[in-house]
Each structure stands twice: as structure tokens, then as C-alpha cells.
Write a protein that binds this ligand. Structure first.
Ligand code: NAD
Ligand code: MG
Ligand code: MG
Ligand code: MG
Ligand code: MG
Length: 334
């Protein structure tokens, strides 16, 4: 299905830098929308062969940037400042657009884009695999979009053209700004999705095991079954979850949930949000990255060594439907 004749990017060359979760999905969808795509990757990098096997012209990032009308930066966030300084800034055409899928580096001034280019954002609300599979079904994943800098006078049209090209226009696109996208993304993954959910599971597991219950039983109750609940949230919110669990589970939810996650928790969520908003988190994280990730590695190892991981590995080996490859295809790096 071609959207190119009406797409504002129909006559543009799009350089996609990075061919991971988002990069591959964007490149394939843009091409199938009739747009002109070149993929920029480091020679010998892990995804070069995959992009070539998908039929793309693959060139070094600097060559992809030269001559491109839109450069989509879809590499990991922490390598983007160096990539910008060494590869994009010296080569991007005046009037071209620089597109991000996450606003971190621009919002926290790790990248200060040249003043003669458009700076825009399109962030699909789903992992790359879903962005691709929905597009192939003739549908799309909703996207949020933003314009940070408009020098061409066409930044908004380019942004919407890109969102259309990856399929978002078939679903819904929502306007945001770099600040809102960045701060809400960080808050979600820290307080609720990755940080909050993992601590809730760990503390629940420890509570049961310390009270003398078997770790195997505790694992099933607090980690394994979480997927059932999350799937119900995803499909139909609190209402669907409440429809599917017993009256006993519902009553326990109403009276005990607010005892565990209470006003104190919410106050600490606000502290986490403040650290994000005032730049404390970004400063700590960029310093940690520059120092070679000492705390990150130590904290990660502590998670990997936790007793819930030991018992979990043993139990999952007995559940052959939990094939890591099948599960990972749907996983969403946040
Ligand atoms: P990823 O880790 O899956 O892929 C990164 C790609 O960049 C790989 O192809 C890697 O080989 C390549 N790469 C690494 N260093 C490079 C360099 N110096 N030069 C050129 N290429 C390099 O990344 P991702 O999860 O697709 O994330 C990309 C961007 O999309 C990030 O800004 C992220 O925040 C954002 N995002 C991701 C998701 C998601 O679900 N994964 C959702 C919304 C936004
Ligand atoms: Mg997010
Ligand atoms: Mg954790
Ligand atoms: Mg139960
Ligand atoms: Mg994130």
C-alpha cells in the first residue's frame, strides 16, 4: 500500500540510523509506504547484515546523513550525543529534519541541534515488532509527535508524514512536546513499569518466603500470574481485570491494594518525578554511563542473583510454552 503520492515526504530521502527494534520497523514501513529509505549503520555492526537481507541500501552513518532530507536517529539513547557530534552535525543538510523517537537527549541538552535544521519527534506507543506487524495487517500503532525546532516552515508536515509512513496515521497521532514525552516516558518506566512493578513483585516474593511459604508457590503467585492481570489491563483496563477475577480477589484488591501502595508511595512517586523534571536523574544517568556503569552493573547483578530468579529459571524450564524467542518478539524495550 503506497501513501507516497500524498505524503509530504514523497520526494524526500530518509536516512534511518540504527536497525534495532524501532529502526527496522520504521525502515520497512516507510519503504512499503513508497518512501525513499537508506539505512546508516557502523560497518561490521550487529545489524548490518539484517538490513541488507531486508533489501536496503546500507551505508556508513555519515554517508546516509549526507544528502538526506530527514535523518531518523534510532540508535540507543546513550550513543546519540557522540553520533550527533561526530556524524550528524558535520553532514546534515541545512533545512533537513532531524527526527528522534525519544526526546531525552534534546530535552536534557545532551544534544544541541544546529539552528538551521528542523528537530522533530515521532514515538510509536509500542515496540518495533508491533509497529511492523500492525502495518503489515493494514493497521498502525498510535504515535505521539512533536516539533522542537522548525526552520523550514514544514516541520509539522514532515513529522506527520513520517508518522503516516510508519503506519501511525492509520491509527491515531497525538501531539506532545519533547519535555512531556521525555518526562512521562522516564516516570512511567521508573515508578510503575520497570522499577515499580519489579519491586512490587520482589517484595511480595520476599514476604511470602520469609513467612515460610515455598519459593515455587510464591513465584507463581507474585510473578508468573502477573501476566494474566497485565494482559487484562492492556485489553480493557481496570474494568476488564475486575470482570475476570473472583469476587474474593476483587474485595481483597479494594481493601488491601491501597494499604500496600498508599499515600506515602504516591509522595515518593512525586519525588521521582521531581528528580526527572529538575534534571537530577538525567545528570546522574549520564555521569553513570560516562563512568562505565559501575552502579548499573552492580545493581543489575543483584537483581539477577535474587532468589526469585533462581526459582524462576527452574520453573520456567518446565513450561515449554514460555519459549524465550517467542516471548522476546513481543517485548518492548522502554
Ligand atoms: P535498539 O537497541 O533496539 O537498536 C539500536 C540500533 O542502533 C542497532 O541497530 C545498533 O546496531 C545501532 N547502533 C548502535 N550504536 C550505533 C552507532 N554508533 N551508529 C549507528 N548505529 C548504531 O534501539 P531501540 O529500542 O530501537 O531504540 C531506538 C530509539 O527508539 C531510542 O531513542 C529509544 O528510546 C526509542 N524508542 C524505542 C521504543 C522501543 O519500543 N524499543 C519505543 C519508543 C521509542
Ligand atoms: Mg515509554
Ligand atoms: Mg527493579
Ligand atoms: Mg491466586
Ligand atoms: Mg524509555
Amino acid at each position: 500500500m503506497s501513501t507516497a503520492p500524498t505524503n509530504p515526504l514523497a520526494k524526500s530521502r530518509i536516512a534511518v540510523l540504527g536497525y534495532g527494534s524501532q529502526g527496522r520497523a520504521h525502515a520497512l514501513n516507510l519503504r512499503d509506504s513508497g518512501l525513499d529509505v537508506v539505512v546508516g549503520l557502523r560497518p561490521g555492526g550487529p545489524t548490518w547484515q539484517r538490513a541488507e537481507a531486508d533489501g536496503f541500501a546500507v551505508v556508513e552513518p555519515a554517508n546516509a546523513v549526507r544528502g538526506a532530507d530527514l535523518v531518523a536517529v534510532l540508535t540507543p539513547d546513550m550513543v546519540q550525543p557522540t553520533l550527533y557530534r561526530e556524524v550528524i552535525e558535520p553532514n546534515i543538510k541545512p533545512g533537513a529534519a532531524l527526527l528522534f523517537a525519544h526526546g531525552f537527549n534534546v530535552h536534557f541538552k545532551q544534544i544541541t541541534p544546529r539552528t538551521d535544521i528542523d528537530v522533530i519527534l515521532v514515538a510509536p506507543k509500542g515496540p518495533g515488532a508491533l509497529v511492523r506487524s500492525e502495518y503489515e495487517r493494514g493497521r498502525g500503532v498510535p504515535c505521539i509527535w512533536a516539533v522542537h525546532q522548525d526552520v523550514s516552515g514544514h516541520a509539522e508536515a514532515k513529522t506527520k508524514g513520517y508518522a503516516d509512513g510508519i503506519g501511525g496515521g492509520r491509527a491515531m497521532i497525538i501531539k506532545t512536546d519533547f519535555k512531556e514525552e521525555t518526562e512521562t516516558d522516564l516516570f512511567g518506566e521508573q515508578a510503575v513499569l520497570c522499577g515499580g512493578a519489579s519491586e512490587l513483585v520482589i517484595k511480595g516474593f520476599e514476604t511470602l518466603v520469609e513467612a515460610g511459604y515455598q519459593p515455587e508457590i510464591a513465584y507463581y503467585e507474585v510473578m508468573h500470574e502477573l501476566k494474566l492481570i497485565v494482559d487484562l489491563f492492556y485489553e480493557g483496563g481496570l474494568k476488564r481485570m475486575l470482570e475476570f477475577v473472583s469476587e474474593t480477589a476483587q474485595y481483597g484488591d479494594y481493601v488491601s491494594g491501597p494499604r500496600v501502595v498508599d499515600a506515602g508511595t504516591k509522595a515518593r512517586m512525586k519525588e521521582v518525578l521531581t528528580d526527572i523534571q529538575d534534571g537530577t536523574f538525567a545528570r546522574n544517568w549520564t555521569a553513570e554511563y560516562a563512568a562505565g556503569l559501575p552502579n548499573y552493573k552492580r545493581l543489575k547483578q543483584a537483581d539477577l542473583d535474587h532468589p526469585i530468579e533462581v526459582v524462576g529459571a527452574k520453573l520456567r524450564a518446565q513450561m515449554p510454552w514460555l519459549q524465550p524467542s517467542a516471548v522476546r518478539a513481543e517485548a518492548a524495550p522502554l
